[in-house]
Ligand binder design. Structure first.
Ligand code: SIN
Ligand code: FE2
Length: 203
């Protein structure tokens, strides 16, 4: 484990290849029940480059009219989200150091040309709980800054099987994905990257 800065911990190769493969199978089942959708920016309706879904009692969604929020049902199917699988609950228990379980798991799928702009995760009411992130598939260049947008940033690569925890003083740090490196993993047959983030939403 490497402490990137206060509260930000990187666990390279946390999941070995067999556990990554099992996780991908599980995610495929979740996404067949709760299909990927394209999130859009509040106000402008501009589509983001990732496609996403969720599992857990709450899912993070966004649309032009109502903006960023958590809700118990899928925005297109109206169905409740599938439960968070045990393998992810176990990762949370092992690394979060938090006494309550996660309520949401965002599933982000990045094609090889997708990215995610610098942002803070602050739609959760419970900011004492960390965000636990699992990377699968192609390596990405991840950027982490401080708690204001103008703080200096550092970049690190997140590879398939890596886990990163944003907690404590790092919970509200700005972060984003600058790029995906094509063909750096054989886990996903059609390339790209999947990121899973476990979050506690309510105290
Ligand atoms: C996110 O910030 O929601 C995703 C981060 C990542 O893809 O690693
Ligand atoms: Fe985020």
């Amino acid at each position: 484990m490497l402490e990137i800065s206060s509260g930000i911990r990187h666990f390279p190769s946390y999941l070995d290849r067999p556990r990554q493969e099992t996780m991908i199978e599980t995610i495929r089942e979740i996404v067949s029940a709760a299909p990927l959708f394209t999130p859009v920016m509040p106000g402008t309706g501009k589509p983001m480059s990732v496609r996403m879904s969720n599992c857990g009692e709450l899912g993070w969604v966004t649309d032009k009219e109502r903006g960023y929020r958590y809700q118990p049902v899928h925005p297109l199917t109206g169905e409740v989200w599938p439960p968070i699988p045990n393998a992810l609950m176990q990762i949370w228990n092992d690394v979060s150091g938090y006494h309550l379980p996660p309520q949401a798991c965002l599933i982000n799928f990045y094609a090889d040309d997708a990215k995610m702009g610098l942002h803070q995760d602050k739609d959760e009411q419970d900011l004492r709980a960390p965000v636990v992130s699992v990377s699968l598939g192609n390596t990405c260049l991840f950027r982490i800054g401080g708690t204001t947008r103008t703080n200096s940033t550092q970049s690190l690569k997140l590879a398939s099987g890596d886990v990163i925890v944003l907690g404590g003083e790092g919970r509200l740090c700005f972060h984003g994905v600058d790029r995906i490196y094509p063909a750096t993993s054989t886990l996903l047959k059609s390339g790209g990257r999947i990121n899973l983030t476990l979050r506690r939403v309510t105290p």
